[in-house]
Design a binder for this molecule. Sequence first.
Ligand code: TRP
Length: 320
Amino acid sequence: MSNLPQPHCLAPAFGGGPAPPPLSSAAGGGQPVRDRKIASAEQLVLDLCEPDLRENALGELSKKREIFQDLAPLLWNAYGTIAALLQEIVSIYPFLSPPTLSPGASNRVCNALALLQCVASHPDTRILFLNAHIPLYLYPFLNTTSKTKPFEYLRLTSLGVIGALVKVDDTEVISFLLQTEIIPLCLRTMEMGSELSKTVATFIVQKILLDDVGLRYICATAERFYAVGQVLGSMVTSLAEQPSARLLKHIIRCYLRLSEHPRACGSLNNCLPNMLKDGSFNNYIDDPTTRHWLQQLLHNVGGINRVANLQGGLDHIIGS
Ligand code: TRP
């Protein structure tokens, strides 16, 4: 226990609630309950290193991770905790291929992933998490293709960790992820995942595209651009059968960002799905932001059209 931060480090977790009563009035109940919760978080973190207690600790901590706001530094700094979480992760690698992961084992690892997401989200541990290259341990989960619940849940939770990293705009995070080839993994989920995991994967690609380094990376070769464009296009097609306003919003934002790159904008002229141009989705784009993005996208791509038409017209006139 001596190597753990003192209990007060967890106190800000309760900062979101009502202010604690002044000491003089020492209102009955509140304080002791709070202390008990704090103590149990620390005990549970210690329990992660005990093989027999680990499963329970994973479940309890991931359930309460919102309440313990400074859980991330505690997890990061407590002796052996991150190693224990990584051990959980690698222990299921043998069940990925052929796909034989049981629901129970998937659930247990997802709890470990939820704790890593907490570390990935916290401003004091995010860069440490990245520098330790922990995202790489999740990539085998993103590389799976089984559509069963245990695998779907595993992909979704892993994407949640990456999503937490990219949520804060930081070009260092984007550069790291690009270098580790996250894009093909996201594209894979965008092709075959559930609506929810498609949405998270598309959100990650969107955040990467919104970064200048990310946009340049994806537009650096025709192969990359077309790989992304093709997956976005097939998602649009499948939305016609299974509408999802939130997924459509992220897809449109991705296209809009691509249209800000001159060469990509020229290519979108050919490969932007007609369904985005012909108003097929008008009925279910209620969100004014999505509407605006779509208009902007069509404007950007249409602008190229006009230039191309003008060019074509001139070519005709000057006979080249
Ligand atoms: N090594 C591949 C590349 O750099 C990674 C990749 C595959 C990729 N598909 C992609 C990158 C699609 C961007 C977009 O091209």
